[in-house]
Design a protein around this ligand. Structure first.
Ligand SMILES: [Zn+2]
Ligand SMILES: [Zn+2]
Length: 83
């Protein structure tokens, strides 16, 4: 079974249940305001932002930054891994 990643913060877990059991420090609603969310995209390059195309070496470093083309407005949210 492939590793599971959180699409908000890049946390890696061995199972979906383990991943979604804990809260996410980069949840869109606020730090630890919700749980990790399973990244379900199939992009060969998930470390590229789906909104602006910024590339990073990992999902965790990608989502550390805010996105100039975020749907909610410039820098209103973080980069998100490509789907
Ligand atoms: Zn997370
Ligand atoms: Zn972006």
């Amino acid at each position: 079974m492939p590793d599971c990643y959180c699409e908000y913060c890049g946390t890696k877990s061995s199972s979906v249940s383990a991943l979604t059991a804990s809260t996410c420090p980069r949840h869109p609603a606020g730090m630890h305001k919700g749980r990790h969310r399973l990244y379900q995209g199939r992009s060969p390059s998930p470390c590229t932002c789906r909104h602006c195309g910024t590339r990073s070496s990992s999902i965790s470093t990608l989502t550390a930054g805010t996105c100039v083309r975020h749907p909610d407005g410039m820098h209103k949210g973080r980069h998100a891994p490509a789907l």
